[in-house]
Design a protein around this ligand. Structure first.
Ligand code: UN1
Length: 534
């Protein structure tokens, strides 16, 4: 039940996914996914899961929960090791599929599959740690221990821009710590999710431990999964997506006294000080802004440059940005590929007018690549793909809408400042706090930036993007609720501490209470020990 079948049936090259008991999606309730590099290329057909099916998936998970939690952690880890091996064996096939389904350039797609491999390998060995503590007791003949306990059914909702890496950040540690999962992948990547699920199954995952449901937007599977929180069917939610949706999820979970993991938007600042290595700063800023066509939550939103080097930086940045190679994600040499979906493209198109109305000027007038113009080096299908050239706003102030609002797409703002104080103030001038970067050679400036920036992640002389798989990932303010993914830190998101005391005294020992004659309690043990000394 709720297993995913990948088939090559009828529609050539189209992955048919099923998560419906009995195996067939109801007619008319299908989710189709076309490649953003070629809208004629039907990549995946998946079922739109109904409310009943989502609830059934939660109940299915619940039935598997006790059995999975009893599997020893090193065994759960071993399964993740097998997952890492399968991902490694299938890396190229998966990367090509990711490229086709969400338009990620092949090199990046390979890197993001590698991130899932790294995550699975990390947590394989965590299965042999998953440490609790022994804690000294205040009382004699008494032992104290702590254990990490699983939460139960974890509902996961993930985005389409990292369709394997980010789900693995959630699924892998949740499984290692003994939880069961209902996963609603992005409707931009239902096929990638199906392939990933298939590998989990091949790694030996028992039936019901991970359940995949599909759907997109309002009135669909993601909403039903949040309704399942209210219905008492889900114990924890882990979400990567927009701040607006994250807020709603947080409200629902709060009503149930649950702490969701929320990885939300960003408007990430990248600061360039007057003493920076400009060549390095330009390279990092261009990659942070336009890599993945700007569709990372960690993409740079505001480039904050000291006025002393603004002219030189601007000139080099424009030169570098105009030489970027745009095109087919399957082309090994492209710097970036298409938008992931029409919705992102439309918002990015609208952002142009917003910026101009704010009073910003356009240094690079990013436009959708149509069929009419020919762009040097462009290797995509302009008529069928969602491609655009880079946009660069100049004369931006931090209080402008374009400097405050996240926009997924190849667009970035130049903001001029005078010195470190104003740079830090400006970098902290949005409600977000995900990633941040500073380019400088001055150790004191590095130190101040690290200490004063309101961001969960900070790069010194590196891009805002490119988190490593074993460092805590997450943001502050509108970028999240303080939970972190990856590394050992994510364990706190999927476990709860249990404190256990074992009393071997054979009589009631009272902690935290004043001593009455003859009674043993905390504090009296020292007196007893002293009395025993001859
Ligand atoms: C995201 O965009 O949701 O640090 C995650 C990075 C990536 C993760 C981004 N590894 O850019």
């Amino acid at each position: 039940m709720f297993q995913t079948r990948a088939q090559q049936e009828g529609l050539p090259h189209t992955l048919l996914v099923s998560n419906v008991p009995g195996g067939v999606a109801r007619p008319g309730a299908e989710l189709t996914r076309r490649s953003p590099a070629n809208r004629d290329d039907l990549v995946t057909v998946a079922p739109q899961s109904t409310r009943e099916q989502v609830f059934e998936a939660c109940e299915n998970a619940r039935r598997a929960a006790a059995g999975w939690a009893r599997v020893p952690a090193p065994e759960r880890g071993r399964l993740l090791g097998r997952l890492a091996q399968l991902l490694t064996a299938e890396k190229e096939r998966l990367a090509r599929f990711v490229s086709r389904e969400v338009g990620k350039p092949l090199r990046e797609a390979r890197g993001s599959v590698q991130e899932a491999i790294d995550t699975a390998e990390f947590f394989q060995s965590e299965g042999r740690r998953l440490y609790g503590q022994t804690v000294p007791s205040e009382l004699p003949n008494k032992e104290l221990y702590t254990y990490r306990r699983p939460l139960g059914v974890v509902g996961m909702i993930t985005a389409g821009n990292f369709p394997i890496a980010v789900p693995s950040w959630k699924i892998v540690p949740a499984l290692l710590t003994g939880n069961v999962v209902v996963w609603k992948p992005s409707d931009d990547a239902p096929g990638t999710a199906a392939l990933f699920f298939e590998l989990l199954r091949r790694a030996g995952l028992p039936s019901g431990v991970v359940n995949v449901v599909h759907g997109g937007g309002a009135g669909a599977a993601g909403e039903f999964l949040i309704e399942a929180v209210d219905a008492g069917l889900v114990d924890k939610v882990s979400f990567t997506g927009s701040t607006a949706v994250g807020r709603k999820i947080g409200e629902v979970c709060g009503r149930r006294l649950q702490v969701p993991s929320l990885e939300l938007g960003g408007k990430n600042p990248l600061v360039v000080l007057a003493d920076a290595d400009l060549e390095l700063a330009v390279e990092g800023a261009v990659w942070a802004s336009y890599g993945t066509a700007g569709q990372r939550c960690t993409s740079a939103g505001n480039i904050i440059v000291d006025r002393r080097v603004m002219a030189a930086f601007r000139e080099r940045f424009v030169r570098r940005a105009t030489s970027l190679k745009i095109g087919s994600p399957l082309d090994e040499h492209v710097d970036y590929g298409p938008f992931i979906n029409e919705r992102f493209l439309e918002r990015w198109v609208e952002q142009r007018a917003v910026g101009l109305a704010d009073g910003a000027s356009l240094l690079l007038d990013g436009k959708r690549i149509g069929t009419a113009e020919t762009l040097p080096g462009f290797s995509g299908d302009a008529a069928r793909g969602l491609y655009a050239t880079p946009r660069l706003f100049d004369d931006v102030r931090i209080d402008m809408r374009i400097a405050q609002e996240e926009c997924f797409g190849p667009t970035v703002n130049l903001i001029e400042v005078d010195g470190l104080d104003e740079a830090i103030r400006t970098a902290n001038g949005t409600p977000y706090g995900l990633s941040s970067a500073i380019y400088t050679r001055d150790a004191h400036a590095m130190l101040r930036f690290k200490e004063e920036i309101h961001a969960g992640m900070t790069s010194i002389n590196n891009s805002t993007t490119g988190a490593e798989a074993h460092l805590p990932f997450g943001g502050n303010g509108w970028s999240g609720n303080g939970t972190r993914e990856s590394g050992i830190w994510v364990l706190d998101s999927y476990t709860r501490w249990q404190a256990v005391n074992v009393d071997l005294a054979g009589k009631l020992q009272k902690a935290q209470i004043d001593v009455v004659d003859g009674e043993v309690s905390s504090g009296s043990a020292l007196a007893a020990a002293a009395a025993a000394i001859p």
